[in-house]
Design a binder for this molecule. Structure first.
Ligand code: IMP
Length: 451
């Protein structure tokens, strides 16, 4: 049940790139605050407004509407250079950042040696190839958990900063030099750059946990914006082929300091099919001509790295798993129009577990070991395609009957209430499903915002 002060978490229900950027931008009008709670500039949230494309990596894309305050929470790892660049890009585009952006003083900082270690380690012999975005995300979280990280507030203590970087770099240079033959980095340059960037960020630094809890207490609506997706969660995803943070809804409280009792609902975002970037299990993955067509039609190339994304069919057992982990209330389906040309659309409705005396047993269990996923054989049901354009449709009743049937099928198979459908990259290429739980939630949010 929705509380008086709606705090809604939006999470990717697959492996990231579900189109959360557009969704958060759309929902932002209903929320006074939008907060990112994990990840870093490995995320790429794409929003298209009046034909102009914005890719935001660190700053919550809710800032584009100009109505909400944007928070980078303590759970995010911040590359100061990336943040300064992104602020400059937004300002050049005429988007107000001053007075709207708040950066947690407790967020950890990514420094050049994190990237050095990651680049070297990923290509080292014998290492599992995760296919990271090479942004230093994992090594920064390692330092955080190892209690040897540098936080945003430390940037304003030059003596501490110098000592920290000198000590840390001595160790990192030694490790990277000995193990990976990396060229050593210069501590002096890193310190001076960090001090200069710190001054550019200073106006935005705040105790964001305090701000968010105070806002919630005043009854202001808060949207917590997840990056990546549930299956990339450090604990619940396809480990070790995951990112280094808690992408699932539980991470929203840890990564912002907003108390769990404030959370009203979690909403999942999923494509009408499935993609993933980097290595790791992907039961419904397809290859060949059909994969190429889906990749081209969906423009499935990473918004941060430009890498071609792996593509496959909608995986309902994974959605059920994401729904369970995140307590999903509603589902938003994106990129429906990408499927417009298909004659038949397979949907994975369950798995059969093969091997180890389990010949073909149906299962919904998600194995903990990545290697065990090879034993999962998807069970497909094939739904007829609609073979006409759904691009830009804004009313559910205008969808071709077969597209409506496909959506109903996805809702039934994933046991979720579909509240919104995206039919193109623009803001207005969207359907809000009348009578859906999401619509009811947004109405409530609207009232709460007006308190
Ligand atoms: P990292 O987050 O750079 O450490 O990369 C770990 C894994 O997460 C790799 O498979 C990346 O491709 C994937 N990943 C990280 N960020 C994103 C994202 O925003 N979308 C999709 N995949 C991502």
């Amino acid at each position: 049940m929705a509380s008086q002060h709606p705090c809604v978490i939006v999470v990717g229900a697959q492996w990231g790139d579900e189109g959360k950027g557009k969704v958060v931008d759309l929902l932002a009008g209903h929320f006074a605050w939008i907060a990112r709670y994990q990840g870093g500039h490995n995320a790429g949230h794409t929003v298209v407004i009046a034909g102009k494309k914005y890719v935001l990596q660190l700053i919550p894309c809710g800032i584009l509407r100009g109505q909400s305050n944007a928070v980078i929470g303590n759970g995010v790892v911040i590359d100061p250079q990336a943040l300064v660049d992104e602020i400059a890009t937004l300002e050049q585009a005429g988007i107000a950042v001053a007075g709207k952006l708040f950066v947690s003083n407790r967020a950890h900082v990514i420094l050049p040696y994190h990237r050095m270690i990651e680049l070297a380690a990923e290509s080292a012999p014998g290492r599992i190839k995760i296919g990271t975005t090479s942004r230093g995300i994992g090594p920064a979280y390692e330092d955080k958990m190892g209690r040897r990280g540098l936080r945003v507030h430390d940037l304003y203590d030059p003596r501490l900063l110098r000592v920290h970087i000198n000590n840390a770099l001595a160790e990192k240079n030694a490790v990277a030099g000995a193990l990976y033959h990396s060229q050593p980095l210069d501590a002096g340059i890193i310190v001076e750059t960090a001090l200069a960037l710190a001054e550019r960020i200073r106006p935005y630094v705040a105790d964001t946990a305090l701000l968010l809890n105070q806002a919630a207490a005043r009854g202001e609506a808060i949207l917590l914006e997840g990056a990546q997706g549930a299956l990339l969660d450090i604990d619940h995803g396809t480990y070790p082929f995951v990112t280094s943070s808690s992408t699932t809804a539980g991470g929203a409280c840890i990564g912002t300091g907003l108390a769990p009792t404030r959370i009203t609902a979690a909403v999942g975002v999923s494509k009408a099919y499935c993609t993933r970037v980097g290595g790791g299990p992907f039961p419904t993955e397809i290859e060949g001509a059909q994969a190429d067509e889906l990749r081209q039609r969906g423009n499935e190339f990473g918004s941060v790295t430009g890498r071609p994304r792996r593509v496959g069919w909608f995986d309902a057992p994974l959605l059920r798993y994401a729904a369970l982990l995140n307590g999903l209330e509603s589902l938003i389906i994106t990129k429906l129009d990408v499927l417009d040309t298909l004659k038949h659309i397979p949907v994975c409705v369950g798995y059969r577990l093969n091997g180890s005396g389990n010949a073909g047993q149906p299962t919904d269990a998600i194995p903990p070991a990545a290697a065990a996923w090879d034993r999962l054989e998807p069970i497909y049901e094939t739904v007829p395609g609609w073979q006409c354009s759904t691009e830009g449709i804004t009313r559910e009743s205008d969808l071709p009957p077969r597209a409506r049937d496909y959506l109903k099928f996805l809702g039934r198979a994933s046991k979720l209430d579909i509240g919104m459908i995206s039919t193109g990259p623009e803001r207005d290429q969207t359907i809000t499903v009348p009578g859906s739980r999401l619509q009811a939630l947004l109405e409530q949010t609207h009232h709460a915002r007006a308190v």
